[in-house]
Design a protein around this ligand. Sequence first.
Ligand code: HDE
Length: 755
Amino acid sequence: RLLNTMCDIPKYFNNHSIVFDITFCGDWAGNSYATSGCPGTCPERLMDPTNFVHAIANITETAKVKDLSRNIVEPSSSSGLTTDHGVAIPDTDNWLKAMDGEHAGPSLLEDQIAREKIHRFDHERIPERVVHARGTGAHGYFRVFDDRAAKWTKAGVLTDPSRTTPIFIRFSTVQGSRGSADTVRDVRGFAIKFYTEEGNWDLVGNNIPVFFIQDAIKFPDIIHAVKPEPHNEVPQGQTAHNNFWDFVGLQPESAHMVMWAMSDRAIPRSFRMMQGFGVNTYTLINNAGQRVFVKFHMTPELGVHSLMWDEALKIAGQDPDFHRKDLEEAIKSGAYPKWTFGIQVIEEKDEHSFDFDILDATKVWPESLVPVQPIGELVLNRTVDEFFPETEQAAFCTSHVVPGIGFSDDPLLQGRNFSYFDTQITRLGINWEQLPINRPVCPVLNHHRDGAMQHRIHKGQLNYWPNRGSVGHPVPTSNGSYEEYKQRIVGIKQRARSAKFQEHFNQAQLFYNSLTDHEKAHLISAFSFELSHCDDQQVYETYTKLLNNIDYELAKTVAQNVNGILPDKPARQNHGKKDAALSQTHFIPKTPTIKSRRIAILIADGFNLAEVESVRAALASGLATTWIIGPRRGKIFAHGEKVGGAGLVADHHYEGQRSTLFDALYIPSGAEHAKSIASNGRAIHWIREAFGHCKAIGAIGDAVPVVREAIGLPEIRVASSPDSTEVQSSYGVVTAGKYDVKSAVTDALEIATGN
Ligand code: HDE
């Protein structure tokens, strides 16, 4: 009976392959199978929750892919078109009509085929996420380097190096709706679902380590203030409006996060080049039942890079899907995005030893005080098959943690733990966790039943606990189960915040002090842009006044730019402290890389083919992608080549793309080609704009004077003679009189090794 039962169990787990880790001491009829030391009669023993050992699935990197494959519909040319109830359809182009001879008559409501098609279409949309509506996702995996975190946590996903845990990540913006542009100035969401052996763990983070508010009860206020204004639903994908600045001006706890949001962090070059932060303070619990406080960090392999504001604005119109396409392009080309996963740990005994409250989500734990310890890596290696069922229906819950990971009393986290489950009910219905992208890859067995869109068919008579049943019915188990940390709580019920939560400017100042000069300049421009968009004097005056609590010079400059309140002295002294890890320049990889960077090659008829080919090969060795931009999309003929020859096929016409969509520009030699470029306004604009956005520009031979002329900067260094292969580099412009094609191999090697 026992063996028969075991054979049956996989059915309850949807036929997953399951490795059983069960110690039997008897069967359900009470006959002993006598493992040594069986202390009691079996029915009672098995009914005792402490003795039930939960079945554990053997999860691999591809477990989620396999799980999703149960729902995949392959394109098929062999089967005909059918209705949803499976009946073949001869014609899906013409509604059933009462035709009057050759003339159209009324369309008939009786056409159930047409009705079904329209009904289905009418209900295709579901509510978009109330925040983070615009996003994109991908699959991948997570693994730890070793078991170094075992001293803090018993979570297998964080400690067992033999595991590869499948993950799904969704990146998002916050303010805009589903169709808004990718490159707007905004916080980016970084939500990760780990499909672990012990259940799903959702780490729902951002690319900025702090938040606008300290207490979850303020969330509707900040979101109402940041979203398009209620009277005219303006603006879309922007914080540059009265309501946002009004709210944050009256809400000093937002000051720190506003500094981050006005920094380059809010206009990332790519999702792949952002840090991720769990933001809230979580806890880890080890096998001995000890607890530590923890913050989670994801650090991108490629470094942290941003667009320039002018680029971000332009790309929002030129290619609103820029980040979405960038992620897809990288994964499909094999340049898998990768992050190091790290933790900051604070022992319980040190909870109160900092000058900020470690449970306050408007504060970072400065890395100079609490270093980030790398423990693993996240890799994205698969795009979704279909956007809606995977990315749109993906739903995350901060309350979804696995044994070994817990919460803290961070008041923002506590509120989030309520809100996420709740919002999924509105968006997807109560059975949202049965949707393919959300369901765990380990067994799910309980007495939850029914609800709209129930997909599971539970056999048996018993849907409650305790029950008289035996096999196949889940029983509570303490083995490998989630156990709350036994936390002593003593308190007086009141609506209040703790003392250290009252200080709001120290870390805003720390952040500002830690930026490089160019980062500070960008931040000042961002404040000036945003406050200039506020036409209510009270709003921009209030905010410029608040800035004086952070930095006197910053406040003065912004106030001058936007006609705010010019301070005559600092509202408080600058403490002068810095923390290197707050500047994104801190995360430039030790070995510079051009992996996955997009390089535009601007050509016209008469270009030097051998040179282009060898430069391309050198760049490809560094895993950069190159794109030929020509006067027409199609064949462009090289110097000496006859019209009608093989040519080099341009990927885009000069008008088809803009320099903003590329990381660097290269223009080869070739007299006629250089002449054409010099006389083409759009091509000149390509060069000027790339230079204006601080992109690297490479020019050789005849292209050098064209670049110099276009930029209008005679100081740019060039080789002493047109025949010289000597490479000159100044202002980000790299030139040579001649390219020694033979040196392409050396160049490739240098590029590949980051030298
Ligand atoms: Fe969210 N947040 N949030 N949030 N959040 C949502 O849940 C909420 C907060 C974050 O790709 C919603 O499923 C409250 C901090 C991301 O699907 C909602 C509070 C951080 C995503 C919600 C916060 C985040 C969301 C809307 C204050 C960074 C997108 C749709 C207490 C750590 C997840 C949804 C995805 C989404 C509530 C604050 C990140 C309404 C109440 C702090 C990345 O439940």
